[in-house]
Write a protein that binds this ligand. Structure first.
Ligand code: GUN
Length: 295
């Protein structure tokens, strides 16, 4: 007997492509009114394969929506001081509306120093302390791309967050921490954040109406850790190598999809769930930065 699918697959590719369509229309309108076209600069240090792939996707997305873009590549031997000088140049470049420094950086360069060097109104990753803090203000500025993407998925699938028990596994500065603030401030949810220090993780995840996992440990969440009917958002994207995969690797989420999906009401796949939303959010943030700088 074949089992009928009772859950809804949250299609990040579809939503991301809808958002790109909306952005394309806005760019066309700006063009027709003689307004500035958004310009994104991307700084890539070193030759990490995964970072290169992410950056390629970002460049492709810029092309799709008609943004101008600049790619700046530096060897992984570049000093922090030299990289700071380049960031300063981009900060001052009036044509650049937003820019990102792709992470991770080589160990001799401080992510904190580099992030804080970026002008906050051009920080379209939303990583600076200023933008991070603005999440809990009345007027959020630029929001970190991945949590923004998660919020947008919940919103576009009409998933109610108000009064819901949200459990986030992973307390990182890029995802878990800002998402917790967004879910409280914008989503009016009750939020629990779990980290590697959390004891008896499954006793907490089982309470979740909405479970978000952003750890980077493939298969961490099994079916017994999820409440019947929960919404499950998998932010994990770990490259698992193997000769059986087409490119020599496959992207794996933190959730055992096969086991967990039948218990859920909504679930994101990996790939094709949160991943494409990160880029859509980056494009939205770049448009916002452009509109702020050049209304
Ligand atoms: N590395 C992994 N994710 C990201 C991201 O969203 N932005 C940047 N700059 N680097 C990353």
């Amino acid at each position: 007997m074949t089992e009928t699918q009772t859950y809804t697959l949250i299609d990040g590719r579809k939503i991301s492509s809808e958002i790109k369509g909306e952005i394309l229309a806005k760019v066309a309108e700006r063009k027709s009114l003689g307004k500035k076209i958004p310009h994104l600069a991307i700084i890539l240090v070193g030759d990490d394969g995964a970072s290169q792939t992410y950056v390629d996707h970002k460049v492709k997305a810029c092309k799709e929506v008609g943004y101008h873009y600049t790619m700046m590549r530096f060897a992984d031997t570049i000093s922090e001081e030299k990289l700071m000088k380049h960031i300063d140049q981009v900060n001052k470049d009036e044509d650049v509306d937003g820019f990102i420094v792709q992470l991770p950086l080589p160990l001799h360069i401080s992510v904190e120093h580099i992030t804080e060097k970026i002008r906050s109104d051009k920080d379209v990753d939303g990583f600076t302390n200023h933008n991070f803090g603005s999440i809990i203000s009345r007027n959020p500025l630029i929001m970190p791309a991945t949590p923004f993407g998660v919020m947008e998925l919940l919103r576009r699938y009409s998933i109610e967050t108000e009064g819901k028990n949200c459990v986030i596994v992973g307390a990182s500065r890029l995802v878990g921490a800002p998402l917790s603030m967004m879910l409280v401030e914008q989503g009016h949810a009750t939020v629990t954040i779990c980290s590697k220090y959390t004891k008896n993780l499954s006793s907490i995840t089982r309470l979740a109406d909405i479970l978000v996992v952003a750890v980077g440990k493939p298969g961490l969440i099994s079916a017994d850790m999820v409440k019947e009917g929960a919404v499950v958002i998998d932010v994990g994207t770990t490259r698992v190598e193997g000769t059986q995969f087409k490119n020599g690797f496959a992207l794996k989420g933190d959730v055992d999809f096969k086991g967990v999906a039948p218990k859920t009401s909504f679930i994101t796949p990996v790939p094709g769930g949160v991943g494409p939303m990160t880029i859509a959010s980056l494009l939205l943030n770049t448009l916002r930065a452009t509109e702020n700088r050049n209304p």
